[in-house]
Design a protein around this ligand. Structure first.
Ligand SMILES: [Zn+2]
Ligand SMILES: [Zn+2]
Ligand SMILES: [Zn+2]
Length: 253
């Protein structure tokens, strides 16, 4: 099973419009440092899932018939804005999303080919041979993480959360994912009320799952700037994700 990041950035991405910080300036010169809104594609056994729809060019990237389904973690704009264009297309595609009476803009009303299926925490569902367990997260909108399994390969995709609730933590301990992709938006010392993890919190969480590799995602420009001057601060089991990077999860069955 392979996950490829289309984006690894916080809302706004990198370079952030109008920002002159060293990270945003670097990304304007070398696009390999840019970060699009957080989203990814998972491929296994001929099934292809899109995890969140933050990039705006879905129609060009994925011609009709090349995606098996779309999984939406929550209805913040940076996770669904690509759907606002895709819905003008034809045919149909299943979109799995949390129960959220508001949704985003008029997506429910004018959904076009998007067939919304609301999924509940810990109610397992499948797309082809891929099995998905939604797990609850804590954010400013109803938000799910997705624990994705194909033939024993296990990957947890946990974006946009300020906490791993006890029921999700217990599930992960039992489930033992090979890889956990984790929200890490802020550098150490970010004050104020937050809806995302900072780096010390992400490192602390990783200690609870000693057998899992960690990929940090939903990276804000202030964290990238901090990492430029503190390059050796991430533990060996942990990497900072990059756009277009792929992660392989070995199948065991
Ligand atoms: Zn987000
Ligand atoms: Zn910046
Ligand atoms: Zn969000």
């Amino acid at each position: 099973m392979r996950l490829k990041f289309l984006g690894t950035g916080a809302a706004g991405g990198i370079p952030l419009w109008g920002c002159a910080c060293s990270v945003c300036s670097r990304a304007r010169i070398d696009v390999s440092y840019s970060r699009r809104p957080n989203c990814a594609v998972v491929d296994a056994g001929g099934t292809r899932l899109l995890l969140d729809a933050g990039v705006m060019d879905l129609a060009e990237r994925f011609p009709s018939g090349t995606l098996s389904a779309i999984l939406i973690t929550h209805f913040h704009a940076d996770h669904v804005q690509g759907l606002l264009h895709l819905r003008w297309g034809m045919g149909d595609i299943n979109v799995y999303a949390p129960h959220d009476t508001e949704g985003c803009a008029d997506l429910y009303k004018n959904h076009g080919p998007l067939k919304f299926n609301h999924v509940s925490k810990f109610e397992i569902f499948n797309v082809g041979d891929i099995f998905i367990t939604p797990v609850p997260l804590v954010h400013s909108k109803p938000t799910l993480g997705f624990c994705i399994e194909y033939k024993g390969a296990r990957l947890a995709y946990l974006t946009d959360t300020r906490e791993i609730p006890p029921s999700t933590a217990a599930f992960l301990t039992e489930w033992k994912p090979h890889t956990i992709c984790l929200d890490c938006t802020y550098p150490p010392g970010t004050e104020g009320s937050r809806n995302h993890f900072d780096l010390p919190e992400a490192i602390e969480i990783s200690k609870d799952y000693p057998d899992s590799n960690f990929v940090l995602m939903h990276i804000g420009h202030s964290l990238d700037e901090w990492l430029m001057s503190h390059p050796a601060t991430v533990p060996s089991r942990m990497v900072v994700g990059q756009d277009n990077e792929s992660i392989d999860c070995p199948e065991t069955e």
